[in-house]
Each structure stands twice: as C-alpha cells, then as structure tokens.
Design a protein around this ligand. Structure first.
Ligand SMILES: [Zn+2]
Length: 78
C-alpha cells in the first residue's frame, strides 16, 4: 500500500492502545480511546482500549492508515 501523503511503500501491521499484552495488572485500567474530531462533527471514537485494527505505517513521513469498523460520524446538531 502506498502512502497517500508521500507515496512511499507503507509497512503493514496493526494498532492498539496500551503498552502490550493485557494482563491482570493492566486489565482493570482504562488507558483511554483514540478519538477523531473535526469542527462541525461530534467527537468520534476511532479506537477503544480493547480494539486492535489492521494498519499501515509510513516509515518515511510517519503517516498511519487505520482500518476501523465503521461507526458513523454525527453532526453537532443531531
Ligand atoms: Zn508517507
């Protein structure tokens, strides 16, 4: 997969939130969510702590493409 910013070949992998494998020690801690925000839209949760998504990383410019489950955006008015 080519990077949409710089056209470099991206590295295939996955993304998750946290420091590694969940254990009894980290299982009870909320590490937070990755959220996306645009001016006219409500905050959109891209990734919850427990989610693991397929992703591509560009080692040239640092861009990351994450393939998430579609949850849909909602506007501030709705
Ligand atoms: Zn790039």
């Amino acid at each position: 997969m080519k990077c949409s910013k710089c056209s470099n070949e991206m590295v295939e992998g996955s993304v998750h939130i946290g420091g590694g494998v969940r254990t009894l020690f980290t299982g009870g801690i909320n590490l937070g969510n990755l959220t996306f925000k645009a001016p006219q839209w409500k905050e959109h949760i891209v990734q919850e702590t427990s989610d693991v998504w397929p992703a591509h990383y560009c080692d040239n410019c640092g861009a990351v493409t994450i393939e998430t489950a579609r949850r849909g955006l909602s506007t501030l008015e709705s």
